[in-house]
Design a protein around this ligand. Structure first.
Ligand SMILES: Cc1cc2nc3c(=O)[nH]c(=O)nc-3n(C[C@H](O)[C@H](O)[C@H](O)COP(=O)(O)OP(=O)(O)OC[C@H]3O[C@@H](n4cnc5c(N)ncnc54)[C@H](O)[C@@H]3O)c2cc1C
Length: 370
């Protein structure tokens, strides 16, 4: 029997597997992708996320990521900018997730790749149907399948479900790349926002979220959507002028359950720990989803080592991140409100320090970090 099984080898799962292996525990991780893949993400790595990865032993300097210490908030033709309260890094998830998975293996975790977990027995027992492995019955299960629902362990709905997400890489012309250097740009438009930042190798990541009905109103196509956004934001149009798109179509994701927070209920398996996006989903504009995922992994490792059970872990995780989640939910409803968005933007222009404050208030708090 496998003692500890991690389902999913994204950041949360791989970090937990590395941490458990470093603590001398036998752990098996199952990841359905056989090879590194691109993931939909703004790829802004906040300082808490960096600190968790460095504690696990990853050398982030070796990735050649793009340093980011300033934020530019854009609406239409105008923008306001401020220093971030910390230094972030732009790194591709394809590179980062792969490096962490390999690191977990080096630490002693058993990694099985290219195996899809088909389902979890909904009866309450920890019984998984795994492609190529048959039925697996671990004592402890860390569910880290991220955005993907596992049959038998579906998440509850989020607070905001109407956003569609897209990610596209671009090679910008020199002038636009120079303007973007050291910045993350958050570009607001009717019904959504986009994040634009550099990652490694001179690539710019454009990641955006838009209300489903607006996307459908644009004919549900990438090119018409992008044209519409450029019309709304001449600034974005300028940044993307003569830019070369990396792929014919973007990566996309529907119905991200923003604001979702798992609550352990009586009757839930005592040894089923949900990590990362399976535990909570924070709004993407915070650029802190990876930090929350890594925090959940570090907390689970800490509690499993101490003999703790899933109920206590989920209570503690909720206590650690519910403040930042609440503030992110509130900011999101203000920023997505057609009438309030201009007022919020006006306030940021008058008081740029409010942006810095908002960035600080939507992070995993220092006191909670393991
Ligand atoms: C549009 C958007 C932009 C974002 N931008 C940022 C940002 O800039 N900064 C930031 O910090 N966060 C950002 N986030 C959030 C961040 O991407 C997530 O919080 C983070 O990826 C969660 O990590 P995870 O390990 O829980 O899940 P994932 O990264 O989704 O990993 C889950 C893994 O499980 C595997 N898996 C799934 N199902 C199965 C199965 N059945 N069997 C086996 N394996 C399986 C998958 O292949 C995957 O490797 C963004 C999110 C979105 C949607």
């Amino acid at each position: 029997m496998t003692q500890v099984l991690v389902a999913g080898g994204g950041l949360a799962g791989a970090a937990a597997a590395a941490g458990l292996a470093q603590a001398g525990m036998a752990v098996t991780l199952i990841e359905r992708q056989a090879e590194p893949v691109h993931k939909i993400c703004g790829e802004f790595l906040s300082y808490e996320a960096q600190s968790y990865l460095e504690k696990l032993g990853l050398d982030l300097a070796a990735f050649g990521g793009a340093p980011i210490s300033r934020m530019r908030l854009v609406r239409g033709e105008t923008y306001v900018e401020t220093a971030l309260p910390f230094q972030g890094i732009g790194i591709s998830r394809r590179k980062l997730d792969e490096a962490l998975l390999q690191h977990a293996e080096k630490c002693g975790a058993r990694i099985l790749r290219g195996r899809n977990i088909r389902s979890l027995d909904p009866g309450g027992a920890l019984k998984l149907d795994v492609e190529g492995e048959g039925v697996m019955t671990p004592e402890t299960l860390l569910l880290a399948t991220g955005k993907h629902e596992l049959r038998g362990a579906k998440r509850a709905v989020g607070r905001q479900q109407d956003l569609v997400g897209f990610k596209m890489y671009f090679r910008l012309r020199d002038q636009a790349q120079a303007a973007l250097s050291d910045h993350i740009e958050l570009i607001f438009f009717a019904g959504g926002y986009a994040g634009l930042q550099m990652i490694e190798d001179g690539i710019a990541n454009l990641c955006l979220l838009v209300q489903r009905e607006i996307f459908q109103g644009c004919g549900a196509g990438w090119e018409p959507l992008l044209d519409d956004l450029k019309r709304q934001s001449p600034y974005l149009a300028g940044q993307l002028q003569d830019a070369a798109q990396a792929w014919p179509q973007p990566l996309s994701i529907y119905r991200v359950p923003y604001g979702f927070m798992h609550r352990h209920r009586p009757g839930d398996p005592a040894q089923l720990f949900r990590l990362g996006d399976q535990a909570c989903v924070i709004h993407s504009f915070t650029g802190d989803g990876m930090a929350v995922a890594l925090h959940s992994a570090a907390l689970a490792v800490h509690m499993i080592q101490g003999g703790g059970q899933a109920a206590a872990y989920h209570r503690r995780l909720a206590r650690d991140v519910s403040g930042q989640m609440r503030r992110a939910n509130l900011l999101s409803s203000l920023l997505n409100h057609a009438a309030l968005q201009p007022a919020m933007f006006g306030m940021a222009r008058l008081w740029p320090a409010s942006l810095k404050k908002a960035a600080a208030l939507t992070r995993v708090p220092l006191r909670a970090q393991i």
